[in-house]
Design a protein around this ligand. Structure first.
Ligand SMILES: C[C@](O)(CO)[C@H](O)COP(=O)(O)OP(=O)(O)OC[C@H]1O[C@@H](n2ccc(N)nc2=O)[C@H](O)[C@@H]1O
Ligand SMILES: Nc1ncnc2c1ncn2[C@@H]1O[C@H](COP(=O)(O)OP(=O)(O)OP(=O)(O)O)[C@@H](O)[C@H]1O
Length: 298
């Protein structure tokens, strides 16, 4: 086999309920993930040693050493099977880097599935999900796709039914935000307060299951949004510009700084994207639909 390419979706957190900091430094979550049709592609080929290249938007900011999540995935899988991780990994990037849309996690999940296929290991989905959880809290969902509730630190997934397509616009911000820094700011903003245990919202799950965009828009919530806005106050203007452009609802995607806008139709999404582009409050926009399938061998 000469090479294997896997396509992996970005995510938006339609509910991100965050509990207090745990002794291990993570936070318990009720994390409702939705995969969206914005994809990275990860290609692996046999090589003399483990190497990585990356092309596409933000590629210059992606590490090309063993800290890359795709490299870590190849190393982990090879180690588990006692084989040499000698592959060249090429990442074609469309998911904003350090944007809160799980781009690195997507590449980790993609490399895992691509190497498993290239090496003919035949791992089950459950075995791959277990390795994904070692790589990072968001990585299992990048493999699974669709929609799911993530509990624990977000890695324990329960698939969720989705009753129809949803239309989104994503506004890419200038520069990234560090996920640990945003959780740290959440802790600072809640210092001394009792943070309730995170719970999935019933109205949100009902809206998702019914495919009801207006009800979903009313139920979107991200507990990390105040922290992301505190670190990047200019995001408020982007959120306002998308709402003024006709979005049903707007929120920061995960730890940000990408902002997400729910629209009532594909036409409305194009209008929201146009308004955001004209506003000068973001670097670029992407229109996408959900749910999107998880990591897929092409
Ligand atoms: C913000 C989200 O993207 C929402 O889906 C995720 O919670 C972040 O997931 P991720 O990037 O895969 O995060 P990981 O690589 O597992 O952890 C990076 C850092 O984020 C913080 N972190 C992450 C997940 C979590 N449940 N609690 C945390 O406090 C911790 O400081 C951790 O050291
Ligand atoms: N394959 C990869 N693609 C992008 N960044 C990577 C990758 N591997 C490691 N990184 C590192 O991870 C950091 C976070 O990048 P990533 O694009 O995953 O952020 P994110 O989308 O905000 O993540 P999440 O939504 O899961 O919190 C980057 O700044 C980069 O240093």
């Amino acid at each position: 086999m000469s090479g294997v390419t896997v396509r992996v979706p970005a995510k938006v957190n339609i509910q991100l309920a965050v509990g207090g900091a745990r002794p291990d430094g993570f936070h318990d979550l009720a994390n409702v993930f939705l995969a969206v049709s914005l994809y990275d592609e990860v290609t692996v080929r046999p090589a003399e040693r483990l190497t990585i290249t990356c092309e596409g938007a933000g590629a210059a900011k992606v590490p090309l050493d063993e800290s890359n999540l795709a490299a870590r995935a190849a190393l982990l899988l090879a180690e588990r099977h006692g084989i040499a991780p000698d592959v060249h990994i090429h990442i074609a990037k469309a998911i904003p880097v350090a944007g809160g849309m799980a781009g690195g996690s997507a590449d980790g999940a993609g490399a895992l599935l691509a190497c498993d296929t290239l090496w003919g290991l035949g791992s089950s989905q459950a075995q791959l999900l277990e390795l994904c959880a070692v790589l990072g809290s968001d990585v299992p969902f990048s493999l699974a796709g669709g929609a799911a509730l993530g509990t624990g630190r977000g890695e324990r997934l329960t698939p969720l039914p989705v009753g129809g397509d949803f239309h989104w616009v994503f506004a890419v911000a200038d520069g990234g935000l560090s996920t640990p820094a945003v959780y740290g700011e959440f802790d600072r903003l809640h210092a001394g307060a009792r943070v309730p245990a995170p719970r999935a919202s019933e109205p949100l799950l009902d809206a998702l299951g019914a495919g009801d965009a207006a009800a979903l828009g009313a139920a979107l919530v991200n507990d990390l949004q105040p922290a992301a806005l505190s670190l990047r106050p200019s995001l408020a203007a982007t959120l306002d510009a998308g709402l003024a452009g006709g979005a049903l609802a707007a929120l920061v995607s995960g730890s940000g700084p990408t902002t997400a806008f729910l629209a009532k139709s594909a036409e409305a999404a194009a209008e929201v994207a146009g308004a955001l582009d004209a506003s000068g409050t973001c670097l670029a926009t992407h229109v996408a639909t959900s749910p999107a399938p998880g990591a897929t061998v092409l």
